[in-house]
Write a protein that binds this ligand. Sequence first.
Ligand code: EPU
Length: 301
Amino acid sequence: MLINRLIAALPDTTIKENLPLSALCTLRVGGEAEIFAAPASIEDMRILFDIVMREGCPVYILGGGSNVLFPDGKIKGVVISTSNLNKIEWRTSITADIDAGFRLPSIMKELREHNLAGMEFAAGIPGTLGGAIAGNAGAGGHGVCELLDYVIAVESDGTIKTWDSSEIAYSYRKCSLSEGQRVIVSARMTFRGAKQKDAEVLESYLLRRGSQPHGLSNAGCTFKNPEGNSAGKLLDECGCKGLSAGDAVVSDMHANFILNRGNASASDILELIRICSRRVYDSTGIRLEPEIKIFSPGFCV
Ligand code: EPU
C-alpha cells in the first residue's frame, strides 16, 4: 500500500491516514485526506513528490489553508503540507532564504525586527510564503512575487529546480510556477531598508484590512477583481450581502467574503459561490473568477 511505502521511505516525515482537513483550513470546512504528509525537509519533499507522482494519484499542495476549499467527504490521493518547512535564514542584511511553510505574518515580524521594508502590502495577509508565491498574494497592485530573487521547487520528475526571478512570470494573483505540477519549497527574497514613510504605508494597508470581516471563519476574498473593477463592489451592487446557503453566508461588511457561521459544509460554500457569481453574471454580464483555490473536481461557476 502507498501509505506503508511512504512511511518506510520517510521515517522523519509526518504521515497520517484519514486526516480531517477542516482543522487546517481557515474556512473550517472540507473532508478527510486519505493520506496526509508533511515532509520534514526539502529532501523528504523530493522523495515524497517523486513517489506520489510515479503512483499517479491525485496530489494537493496545502500551505497555510487560508485560501483553499477542499470538498466534503473522503479526499482521495495525497495532501502534501509544507507546514514543517518553516525556517528563515538571513544571508545578508537585506536578503533571506525563506522556506515555503514560513508564514507571511512571521516574515512581517522579521522585517520589523531587521528594520526592513518592501512588503507593506502584505500586512494582515495570513498564509504561508509558498501559497503566497503560487497565487502572487498581495494588495494595492503589489504581490509577493515582486520580491523574489529565486524560488526552489520540487518538480514532477523528482528533481529540485531553482527558478530565477527572470524565469517567473507573474501578474495579479497569478504566478507561472503554479502552472504544472511542482511544490515550491523555498525562496530567496531581498528587501530594503525601512524609511519613515513605510510605517504610514503599512498602517494604511492594516486600516483597509480592518474594514474586512474578522471573527468568523473565512478564506479572504472569494473572487478575483475583474480588470478595472472590484468584485466586492459588484457583488454588493447585485445584492449579495447576507445571501446564504446552509451555514455559509455572504458578509454584511464586505460582499467578497463568505463566512462560515459554524456548521457550513464545503458544499454550502460552493453553492453560495455559484449563487453569487450567477447573480453578478445575470445583471452585469461579468463572469467572476474564484480567487479561493477550489479543489472540487469539475466545479465551475
Ligand atoms: N466595496 C463595496 N462593497 C463591498 C466591498 C467593497 O462597495 O461589499 C467597494 C469599496 O468601498 C471599495 C472597492 O469596493 O471602493 C474595493 O474594495 P476594497 O478596498 O475592500 O478592496 P478589494 O478590491 O475588494 C482587494 C483585495 C483584498 C485586499 C484589499 C485591500 C482582491 C480580490 N482583494 O480587495 O485581498 O485585502 O484589496 O488591500 O484582490 C484577498 O486576497 O483575499 C483579499 C481580501
